[in-house]
Design a protein around this ligand. Sequence first.
Ligand SMILES: C[S@@+](CC[C@H](N)C(=O)[O-])C[C@H]1O[C@@H](n2cnc3c(N)ncnc32)[C@H](O)[C@@H]1O
Length: 327
Amino acid sequence: MLMLLAPSLNRVYAGEAPRLAAAELAVTTGLEVEPVVIAGVDYLRFEADADEVLLRTVAEQSARLGLYDEAAGLLRPVELPKVDLLDEDLVTIPKYPGKTNEQLTRLLLNVTLSQVALPPGPRTVLDPLCGRATTLLQAWRLGHDGAGVEADEKAVEAFAAYLKTYLRRRRLKHSADMTPVRREGKSLGKRFDAEVAVEGRSLSLGIFTGDTRQSAKLWGKRKFDAIVTDAPYGIVHGSVSDVRGGTRKDRSATGLLSDAVPVWAGQLRIGGALGLSWNTLGTPRERLVGILEDAGLTVRDEGPWRRFAHRVDSSVHRDVIVAVREG
Ligand SMILES: C[S@@+](CC[C@H](N)C(=O)[O-])C[C@H]1O[C@@H](n2cnc3c(N)ncnc32)[C@H](O)[C@@H]1O
């Protein structure tokens, strides 16, 4: 079979899209996948029976444009199921500095969810550094519930305003409210909650403002099937660093991750998976593997898992890592 790759991806991955897309398809299907060029166009080639599970997995891929059967040098189009409950513009309309690219977010979500060892069904996905919720909206599109934590209250407010407008304009039945959070008489910030009814399903999303190191306090006893997040890149924009709690010298996210990963690991259900994208120039892969293992997680580190590293620009080399909570 041949999966046709979306051409727009080369803007995101500086020409490395076929390799990343091949790694995504390989880990989500467990198949051998080979990037090929046919008549100047990029495809991924793999051998498989086109059963329901495979077609759904292909349809969900972050880089998928179409699927073809190859027979005697001819390509026969294969119809893919509709997997998205909400349109792509839900995640592409917002534009702001620090936004995680939508395709990378979808890739990270897919590879993380593929490692969740729980009975099938909608998942609960926590993004504990959620910004304006690209991950949570991608989770919604795929029919999962979202939860988040974000230190920047203004980002959460901007997201809340965007989501309300979007759902209203689309005439989707919904609720969306920002409320103050108080515990033991103290103000702890705010909380945004939204629900939408779409195609007979009800999707929920909740975000607390606050420090991600307090995520377990904010979310209480609730456990999640997956934790998916894009860590701060450790870049200083003007006078504002996006890494809270780092020392002046430590502009990388290493300090934040070593504090936060054990908290997040405790919020994962047994059988759940944690997926991170981060800047390897600030935190080498081995360091992050150590942090995840120290938190009792098992890192996926073989074969295609080592093929997600890519250059974003001169100060950001991004990689993706997934670890699971086995017991
Ligand atoms: C790379 S951005 C994630 C962007 C998000 N995926 C999006 O598309 O909007 C990292 C986020 O982590 C937040 N952040 C940094 N340190 C934090 C902390 N200690 N607690 C909570 N959020 C934090 C930043 O404000 C930023 O929004």
